[in-house]
Design a protein around this ligand. Sequence first.
Ligand SMILES: C[S@@+](CC[C@H](N)C(=O)[O-])C[C@H]1O[C@@H](n2cnc3c(N)ncnc32)[C@H](O)[C@@H]1O
Length: 298
Amino acid sequence: MAISDEFFRIDGPSTVILGDNLEILGKLPSEVFQLIYIDPPFNTGRIQSRQSIKTVRSEGGARVGFKGASYETIKGKVTSYDDAFEDYWSFLEPRLEEAWRTLTATGTLYLHLDYREVHYAKVLLDALFGRDCFLNEIIWAYDYGARSKNRWPAKHDNILVYVKDPRHYRFYSKEVDREPYMAPSLVTPEKAVLGKLPTDVWWHTIVSPTGKEKTGYATQKPEGVLRRIVQASSTKGDWVMDFFGGSGTLGKVASQLERRFVLVDKNPEAFEIMRDRLGSGSQRLPIVYLNTNDDVDD
Ligand SMILES: C[S@@+](CC[C@H](N)C(=O)[O-])C[C@H]1O[C@@H](n2cnc3c(N)ncnc32)[C@H](O)[C@@H]1O
């Protein structure tokens, strides 16, 4: 896959792309995104994942920078326990390699998963990125929906955070919205007013089914969760990317915080929702929309 400036120019507009992310990723230049956030679907399916991995490998692969043979050994052990996870990882792995390649040297990856896959993924990402590149596991806790009576009701998602270089990465803690102390009477009045830096456990409501943030896209994530991520791991003018874009939450927050972005989704419904939600941006930070399916139809 040749790099092309069709989807990205360092001085170009933010771009929302309708198409398969693996194909698009292969056309993006290396080391341009300060932050990549992804929230991939679990039910990717066997056929799709097998095809995807073939595409990347046949084009020369992207093992550069990864841990080669030791990673392959660990992958064999981890994936042998669970066929469904093996399929999932086969789908994700070439996309994570592209994420690593397109991150800047000081960049950060946020991988949003649920409790069923996170433990396998942690072991594999340690092997793939390097254990010393693991920065955090964020627990996003919410309180919504039915409560199981025969086990502890699962009410959280997991977000794994990896940096490309553990010696040179960015973390803008002062820029992150602070939150109220649980026991404000135990700290000074000044501190109570200022609030505290969030920890790695984030209590945040899901997108309210009746609230103004709602787009109607089933898997939409809350802007509040994405805002913390963008504030902590990028700064004004940086490029950020979500190649499982969905309803475009990362783009919404990035626009508000004056970052430039690339969003990709293969679902036409997501593309239309992003277009409605994000509009054409501002004169200084415009947003354009590219439908790669148009090429196929012609
Ligand atoms: C869980 S949703 C992301 C939701 C998003 N974070 C939001 O806030 O709306 C995952 C998205 O990945 C998209 N997707 C799945 N496979 C894809 C692929 N191969 N290429 C591009 N997008 C894909 C789906 O269409 C879906 O919109």
